[in-house]
Each structure stands twice: as C-alpha cells, then as structure tokens.
Design a protein around this ligand. Structure first.
Ligand SMILES: [Zn+2]
Length: 321
C-alpha cells in the first residue's frame, strides 16, 4: 500500500498544541512494526499554485505567499512564515497525490493533510490551505471523477470544507463532531453534532447508521476520509472521549464501507492533540493499519508464540503501535 508522506511536514511552528513531529512518528511506527517498507512512502511533488487556486481566491493566495496579515489570514492560529505557508501548500500537494493513488489502488493514505477549517477566501484555526477540497477539485479537473464525498470524523466540524462545497451537488460533505466547541458551524450536507463524553459505542453507532447510506445514495467515485485523532479521550482540545480501540473501529467502519463498495478512499490525518504525541501517532498509525486490513495486507506482528498459547492477533487493542 502507498502512503503519501514527507519529512518536510515537520514544520517549525514554535511551542504549539499542534505537534508536527507526529507525521514522522507515524511513518516510524509503520516501519518498526513491519507494516510498510521505505518505498511505500511517496513524496508529494512540489506544490502547484494553480491547484491551490482551484479552491482558494487569488487575494487569499497572494496574502499567504506575501506573508501578509490581512482579514484573510488573521484568523489563523499559526505563525505566518514562509516555512508554514510552504508546508501547507505541500500538504495540499500530498492530498492531491493521495487522491490520485487512491483512484489507482482503491486505498491510499496521506500521512498529513485534513485542514478542514480553511475557507476559499480565508484561513482559520490551524488551517491555511484546504487540501481536502484541493484534492477533490483537482481530480474533477483532470476528469478522473465527477462525484466525491468527504467523510469528516475529526473532533471539530469541517466548516471550511462544508462552505466550499455548499450548493455543489457533486460533492457530499458529512461531518460528525463535538457540537459545543470551535468552530462556528457551517452547514454540511449532513452534520452530526455530539455531546461531550459521547464515548466509543454511541459514536460508532451514529457513524454506522449513516456511512452506508451516504455511499449508497450519493454514489461517490472518491471518498476523502478525514480521520482526525482528536476525538481521543486524552485529547487536550476535546471531550468526546473515544478510546484508541474505538477510534480504530471508527476507521474500520469507514474504510471497509468504501472498500466493499469498490469506492476509492483516501484517509488524511487531520487533528490530534493528545497530551502525549505518541498517542496521537498511535491513533493515526491505527488508521493506516485499517487501510492495510481492508486491502488484506496487514502483516501479523513479528513475535515468538509460546507453545500452548494462542497466537497473537493483530487487533488494535492488543497491538501497541
Ligand atoms: Zn480537529
């Protein structure tokens, strides 16, 4: 299976709750557990400004490139430096690459991206470039697809994505998120706003109720799955309180639902602000494992089996990654 990843995703944003070292940790986890080899990781091509402008206004792109604080950039909660802007442009290039690979291979994951708070004409939160929208628009422009869906399971509502695709009947937007929390909500085609302390069972029941229906009714030719790690119970920004096991089951629900229907799916990592960045990296690694599982490529753990005991399974709850 192919993963889109770059060492350049480790961007210097100073001391921040958004820890960009998580991307490299996911890659290292996959290599250390024998789930991937170095050639499985695809470097995104240098960003193409024409691709960025498929989604973002000229004025906003100019502000970013000129590093200019303006009404379009001021809502960002990140520094506005050349490294940060180029990093976000590269993430968009990565999601474009992951969409293309997903259309070829059925499943391809971007260890990066998912910046769903970026609007066409401004950035917000930790998001400058809406890579999800850029990926979909680029696939449409290249006439690889007409219809797409965004299944957004990040803790936060995908407000930028919802607004960008509002009124576009070819792109279905779905967001399941913590209701009483940033951001000010936009209207997705389908929103599920959850209470604090929702937990694994209610979350996954709600998700299971709708994912099959979205795929059957909208018939997307590509799904971008926004697999945020921030619904996690020890996340610093949220209170949905899912466990790692519950999040891995969430991933399985979405990825298998797509795969079984033959719908290409490109997971992107999105948010994740656990106190311990290793937890965030574990959750994203489990998303990768669920991709591998769907493809029948999940390798069993390499460990000796004691005589007379059950061989170790590769269930997420039994596999510290
Ligand atoms: Zn989030």
């Amino acid at each position: 299976m192919r993963f889109v990843y770059s060492d350049r995703y480790k961007i210097d944003i100073g001391a921040h709750v958004f820890q960009t070292e998580k991307y490299g940790m996911v890659r290292d986890n996959l290599l250390a557990t024998n789930q991937a080899i170095p050639t499985d990781f695809i470097e995104p091509p240098d960003p193409n400004m024409d691709d960025i402008r498929l989604v973002h206004t000229k004025e906003y792109v100019d502000d970013m490139l000129q590093l200019r604080w303006s009404p379009r950039t001021v809502r960002s909660e990140l520094p506005l430096t050349a490294e940060v802007v180029q990093g976000f442009m590269l993430f968009a290039s990565g999601t474009v690459a992951a969409c293309r690979l997903a259309l070829e291979d059925k499943v391809a994951m971007h260890i990066g991206g998912g910046f769903h708070h970026a609007f066409a004409d401004h950035g917000e939160g930790f998001c400058y470039v809406n890579d999800i929208a850029v990926g979909i628009r680029k696939m449409q422009m290249e006439k690889r697809i007409v219809r797409a869906a965004v299944i957004d399971c990040d803790l936060h509502q995908g407000n930028g994505t919802a607004r960008i695709f509002q009124g576009d009947t070819n792109v279905f937007t779905f967001s399941i998120h913590q209701e009483r929390l940033y951001p000010i909500k936009e209207r997705s085609d389908l929103d599920i706003g959850l209470d604090e302390e929702t937990g694994d069972d209610v979350y996954n029941e709600q998700l299971q109720n709708v994912v099959g229906r979205i795929l059957a009714q909208h018939k997307p030719e590509l799904v971008v799955y926004v697999a945020g790690a921030d619904p996690f119970k020890y996340d610093q920004l949220g209170a949905l309180r899912l466990t790692k096991r519950g999040l891995a089951f969430r991933d399985r629900l979405v990825i298998e639902a797509c795969y079984k229907r033959g719908i290409p799916v490109a997971p992107v990592t999105a948010g994740g602000y656990a106190l311990d960045p290793k937890d965030t990296a574990d959750i994203h690694t489990n998303t990768a494992r669920e991709c591998l599982r769907a493809l029948g490529q999940l390798r069993p753990p390499v460990q000796p089996v004691e005589p007379g005991t059950q061989p170790a399974t590769s269930e997420p709850e039994q596999q510290p990654t």
